[in-house]
Ligand binder design. Structure first.
Ligand code: SAH
Length: 449
């Protein structure tokens, strides 16, 4: 009998495509091999790292026939840090991998014959993130978690973050060293500084938050002073308090140490107030592209009733309100609902109403009250829609459902569930909000057969 492939063996393998996480895909003895660092079209020497029952994992140790899309990773932490997945290839190749991933999911899992002809790539694939949460551990090491672990890698700079984030991180690290400020230890629950958080807006302002296991920090004035000296665009310094023994990043309470407690950002011509815990798409330029497509697919004429489920701080709801008769937004986090209402008022939008509730429950209640939306927009977290939400939405019989998703797998699963209820996927557009990482957004238009 032939011997089965084993760990640490090296095989020359042809890479034929990509898996969802950016790994190359090859075959060996009839089994699929996920090849970290492999590029489509290459034959690579692959060292097997794990041999499972039905799949094998490996690492490309040498491309025998390198692809023209191969490039030397431009970050010294690439491969160790869990953030990026595509830095060994050009951005153009990454976009094709992501486009194919969305199309593949919609066909294989979604059972559609839909093509995804375009992926809208970012004109600016570096330094696009408007929020960073650096974990802090003893040293201090301030940076990112190593892939699949909670070990912190010190990261003085990151190509996904804007420069103010690097400058403020460095100032916080200096301050911790100078005053021997302790870092929080997840295992013992002791130590002070948990996370360094920086949010920036498109106008170049930034908001700094130190998340701590305590009610105060020593040498507070020196921290503020150091941060202000490091970053001219700094608008505020906030202390976030989390004294629980958990790995939740955000605080239970916030106290402003200096300046503002929130930033304002402009998106699609609307102004949004962003406090530390507010959810906001991390790439504002590309979010504008995404919401623009969602709006187009909604096909609004000015008279429609729109239901926006999972509305966050109301970004999509308020964009749609300008082109609709009436908009109902639903969101489960009370603070986000308050933000959504305040954002509506700030922008003079009077035809949008927001409810704090679970999406499915709110949709059922609105349906019972006789609300008949022409368009339902959903933008759920990665786990997608619960089956009862799909049923309730279909039961409301909207003309169109616009599904915005950050996970092609759950999107495709829900597209299949909608199809069983008479809603067919007509169009899909992928939008890259997260260049260089494994993530991609998709917007799909569904309508009744
Ligand atoms: N559409 C918004 C937010 C999308 S993120 C934007 O683009 O900015 C998904 C949102 O769904 C989050 O704000 C989250 O708090 C909310 N959410 C999660 N589970 C929910 C549920 N069961 N019901 C309603 N909202 C929920």
């Amino acid at each position: 009998m032939d011997k089965r492939p084993a760990e640490n063996e090296i095989y020359p393998l042809a890479i034929t495509g990509y898996a969802g996480d950016g790994a190359g895909v090859a075959r060996l003895d009839g089994m699929v091999v996920f090849v970290q660092g492999g590029i489509r079209g290459e034959v690579c020497e692959v060292k097997l790292t794990k041999v499972g029952r039905s799949a094998i994992w490996g690492r490309a140790v040498r491309p025998i026939s390198p692809s023209p899309a191969r490039q030397t990773p431009d970050c010294p932490l690439y491969g160790r840090c869990g953030g990026c997945a595509y830095r060994h290839m050009t951005y153009t190749e990454e976009l094709e991998a992501k486009r194919a991933k969305v199309e593949d999911a919609l066909r294989r899992i979604g059972g559609t014959e839909l093509a995804v002809p375009v992926i809208l790539g970012a004109p600016q694939p570096e330094r696009y993130r408007n929020k960073v949460q650096f974990p802090v551990s003893a040293g201090p090491r301030i940076g990112f978690y190593q892939a699949r672990s909670h070990r912190v890698i010190d990261a003085p700079d990151c190509l996904l973050q804007p420069l103010p984030a690097a400058r403020l991180r460095a100032a916080a690290a200096d301050w911790m060293r100078r005053y021997h400020i302790s870092a929080y230890d997840e295992r013992t629950g002791k130590g002070l500084v948990r996370h360094v958080y920086v949010r920036t807006n498109r106008a170049g302002q930034s908001l700094f938050c130190l998340l701590v296991n305590g009610q105060a920090v020593p040498h507070e004035a020196d921290l503020v002073c150091a941060l202000r000296a490091a970053e001219p665009g700094l608008a505020g310094v906030v202390l976030g308090i989390n004294e629980k023994k958990n790995n939740v990043i955000l605080g239970d309470a916030y106290r402003t140490l200096w300046g503002e407690d929130a930033l304002t950002d402009t998106l699609c011509g609307l102004e949004f107030r962003l406090s530390v815990p507010s959810f906001y798409q991390v790439n504002a330029d590309q979010a504008e592209v995404l919401y623009g497509r969602a709006l187009e697919l909604a096909g609004l004429t000015g008279r429609e009733t729109v239901l926006d489920l999972y509305c966050g701080i109301g970004t999509i709801s308020l964009c749609m309100a300008r082109r609709a008769g009436r908009v109902y937004g639903v969101e489960v986090i009370p603070q986000a609902v308050e933000d959504a209402r305040a954002n509506a008022a700030r922008n003079g939008v009077s035809n949008a109403e927001f409810f704090c509730a679970d999406a499915g429950q709110a949709a059922r209640r609105l349906a019972a009250e006789g609300v008949r939306p022409d368009v339902v927009c959903v933008d759920p977290p990665r786990k997608g829609l619960a089956p009862d939400v799909v049923e309730t939405v279909a039961g409301m019989a909207p003309r169109r459902v616009v599904y915005v998703s950050c996970d092609p797998g759950t999107l495709a699963r829900d597209v299949a569930r909608f199809a069983a209820l008479g809603y067919v996927a007509r169009e899909a557009v992928a939008v890259d909000l997260f260049p260089r990482t494994a993530h991609v957004e998709t917007v799909v238009l569904l309508s009744r057969t």
